[in-house]
Design a protein around this ligand. Structure first.
Ligand code: ADP
Length: 634
């Protein structure tokens, strides 16, 4: 053992302590994954070295073959992993093995419930990584040296996983990282060649560099121990370069866990090789679960980029649009240069055509998932539906395709789950219906009971119910689907087209004519509060309703603008009344102009309340209502 200098003891960041605790207590049923995680890190470290060595060949330090070695000592109860990758400096070890840099981690940790079953799912979203070593080890030692640093600048990191770690500077002749796991009592089964080989075959066969184990050989008679020979136990070729037919599902799944740092299997994947003007391979995955930081601007996103099999960068963002930021995967190009940078990627026309091809692949993959595995797609939609809704605004070219992937709550489905596709809606539309009707609002309960739906209920016409914050904005980018236009049922003068019979139309006209006088009286009473007053065709039970002008902003958009501190353009609603309602009949017969005015205002305010809007002058509403109540009780 080399001499240790500058030894100190440091505490883990709080989040690391929490993660460690959680990991040790919730992953015990699948302990063997520690090896997969550590091999995955070693492989990343080798990728990084390979890439940095492109511009600094001296980092290879004479250039032994890049590989990972796993060995064990039955007596000492240790398992050791060694790689000759990029390695860590002392500072690297302190930050990378003592803190979690991911933004939002602290918030994520606050959400842990203490219920181990639930939390182990959460940990899946997070990725387990290096700390999984503590599932099987009660002491972990890391010996490392960053490529390019002097042999005297090695680092020794050691921890029992209980809140602190020791760090010291050591001599380390070879660059790279050696991790020694001191197995907990009861975990010595892992100090076994056969067991380790099986775990490696199971989880890490896809790792593109050789993983070696000591060859099992019997000691010759009289000899103490045979000389150590190593043997490669994995396939050691880049998975995406292999023909699709030769790759098993399990291999795709394990590869996903490696690149996505995910703990769960993906929902679906798409593996393709493109030849012709451009040459590249891509392997794209849809995760099963949304990461906790899906909506954080600075959260990592993008694909792993390789150029001719050489790893070039993580999180290459230029290959997919933002609304597909949850997609994980690899793209390996034969056309790009090895020294490509993020800045170049942003401008390169090659990237543009790759981006549109990859986007299409993802959308095709999602279409297939929706068609073949509707239950899985439901899960997908729950996790990523909100992000997909950003699509039509960002990706004009694929608007129709994205619209086909959207799922909505509807008046025809109980419970408000978003499960109805536009194709399904149209397939069961009423005869003669050439529009897609929808209503937006704050909550499902509010839209479900909205007076705007009365006529639709009466006629049995399905209406899509949109209550996500993003919905009104989304709909402003969608004008039609499959040649049928979208109609907001709370907007403008509702025209049901062929869904109203000639008789109904005629009758409506007659009523409108007969009520012209009442319309004028209400207009005078409400004055500046409304843009228009008219007889409604959409009401059966309620006395009145407020409709939004054809060009005006809806409530959601107004709220979004207000919240972002922008000026909201002034707009006045249209007051529609139901002439058959007893209250309106009463209003029509009202002689006192004062009472007529009060009643009109009360109806107006009630219509606003029913639409989930707030009142401009709530005190006036209460005053008017109380006045009527007093009159009633005398
Ligand atoms: P993640 O791999 O998700 O970043 P980990 O907890 O597994 O998280 O690892 C933390 C960091 O420690 C890695 O990002 C890397 O910088 C460093 N690291 C881990 N293992 C190695 C290794 N074998 N060689 C070099 N660096 C490593």
């Amino acid at each position: 053992m080399s001499v240790e200098t500058q030894k100190e003891t440091l505490g883990f960041q709080t989040e690391v302590k929490q993660l460690l605790h959680l990991m040790i207590h919730s992953l015990y049923s699948n302990k063997e994954i520690f090896l997969r995680e550590l091999i995955s890190n070693a492989s990343d470290a080798v990728d990084k070295l390979r890439f940095e060595a492109l511009s600094k060949p001296e980092l290879l330090e004479g250039g032994a073959e890049l590989k990972i070695r796993v060995s064990f000592d039955k007596d000492a109860k240790t398992v050791t992993l060694e790689d000759n990758g990029i390695g860590m400096s002392r500072d690297d070890a302190i930050t990378h093995l003592g803190t979690i840099a991911k933004s939002g981690t602290a918030d994520f940790m606050k959400n842990l419930s203490g219920d181990q079953k639930k939390d182990s799912h959460l940990i899946g979203q997070f990725g387990v990584g290096f700390y999984s070593a503590f599932i099987v080890a009660d002491k972990v030692e890391v010996f490392s040296r960053r490529a390019g640093l002097a042999a005297s600048e090695g680092v020794h990191w050691a921890s029992k996983g209980e809140g602190e770690f020791e760090i010291a500077t050591i001599d380390k002749a070879d660059r790279g990282t050696r991790i020694v796991l001191h197995l907990k009592s009861g975990e010595d089964e892992f100090a076994d060649g056969w067991r380790l080989r099986n775990i490696i075959k199971k989880y890490s066969d896809h790792i593109a560099l050789p993983i070696e184990l000591p060859k099992e050989q019997a000691a010759a008679e009289g000899e103490e121990k045979p000389a150590l020979e190593w043997e490669v136990v994995n396939r050691a070729s880049a998975l995406w370069t292999r023909p699709r037919t030769e790759v098993k599902d399990e291999e795709y799944q394990e590869f996903y866990k490696h690149i996505a740092h995910d703990y769960e299997n993906p929902l679906s994947w798409s593996h393709n090789k493109v030849e012709g003007k451009l040459e590249y391979s891509s392997l794209l995955y849809v995760p099963a679960r949304a990461p906790f930081d899906l909506y954080q601007r600075e959260a990592p996103k993008g694909l792993k980029l390789y150029v001719q099999r050489v790893f070039v960068m993580d999180q290459a963002e230029s290959f997919l649009p933002l609304y597909l930021r949850f997609i994980k995967g690899v793209v390996d190009s034969n056309d790009l240069s090895l020294n490509v940078s993020r800045e170049i990627l942003q401008k390169d026309p090659i990237i543009d055509s790759m981006k549109s091809a990859l986007t299409k692949r993802v959308l095709d993959m999602l279409e297939k998932l929706a068609k073949n595995e509707p239950e899985q797609y439901k899960g997908f939609w729950k996790n990523f539906g909100q992000v997909m809704k950003e699509g039509p605004a960002e990706d004009f070219a694929n608007k129709e395709k994205i619209a086909g992937l959207l799922r909505f709550a509807s008046t025809q489905e109980e419970g408000g789950e978003q499960v109805v596709s536009l194709a399904e809606y149209l397939a069961r539309a009423k005869e003669g219906q050439d529009k897609i009707y929808y209503l937006t609002g704050e909550t499902y309960a509010q839209v479900k009971n909205s007076p705007h739906l009365e006529v639709f209920r009466k006629k049995g016409i399905e209406v899509l119910l949109l209550t996500d914050r993003i919905d009104e904005w989304l709909m402003s980018y969608l004008s039609e689907f499959d040649g049928k236009s979208f109609v907001d049922v709370a907007r403008g003068d509702l025209d049901l087209g062929n869904l109203d019979s000639e008789e109904e139309k005629k009758e409506a006209e007659e009523v409108a004519k007969a009520k012209e006088g009442l319309v004028e009286r209400i207009k005078t009473a409400l004055g500046e509060a409304v843009s228009e007053v008219r007889v409604s065709h959409r009401l059966t039970d309620s006395p009145a309703i407020l409709a939004i002008g054809e060009q005006d902003l809806g409530m959601q958009m107004r709220q979004i603008l207000e919240a972002s501190g922008q000026k909201v353009p002034d707009s006045k609603p249209i007051f529609e009344f139901n002439p058959a309602h007893p209250l309106i009949e009463k209003l029509d017969g009202e002689q006192s102009e004062e009472r007529f005015g009060d009643l009109s205002h009360i109806l107006f305010d009630q219509a606003a309340l029913a639409a989930g809007d707030s009142l401009k002058d709530p005190a006036a509403y209460v005053r008017r209502l109380n006045k009527l109540l007093v009159e009633l009780s005398v």
